[in-house]
Design a protein. Structure first.
Length: 127
């Protein structure tokens, strides 16, 4: 005779609806400050663009052709992703003759990528 395995499912919601009116009234007006920030995360949520940003973080500056080889794509594809990162304010470029070099726009972008990589490594280590 088979035993029935009863699995208890942890409920992750409140059992009753209530809220702290003072907290809600204090925080709710400030929430609009995040407007537009999602686009930054959307740009970095693409695996290819995140790899490019990470490569730029590691090296500082890379030619479009180098980026294409690093990510295993054509120069056109690399250029497309780099242009998007530039248009989102995450990367900048400079021309040197016939070559175009990209780098991360500033230290804030460098920190975002660095922190994301550290967090991902901690997740792997800590499970």
């Amino acid at each position: 005779m088979a035993k029935t395995l009863v699995r208890r499912i942890e409920k992750d919601t409140c059992d009753t609806f209530c809220y702290d009116e003072a907290k809600v009234n204090r925080i709710k007006p400030q929430i609009e400050a995040v407007s537009g920030v999602e686009m930054l995360f959307k740009a970095l949520s693409d695996a290819t663009r995140l790899k490019i940003a990470y490569a730029l973080m590691l090296e500082g500056e890379l030619c479009v052709c180098d980026v294409g080889n690093i990510i295993g794509s054509t120069t056109a594809t690399a250029s497309h992703h780099l242009r998007l990162l530039r248009n989102m304010g995450l990367a900048k470029y400079r021309k040197e003759g016939r070559l175009v070099f990209y780098s991360l726009k500033d230290e804030h972008v460098h920190q975002l990528v660095s922190i994301a990589m550290l967090h991902a490594k901690e997740g792997v280590v800590n499970g």
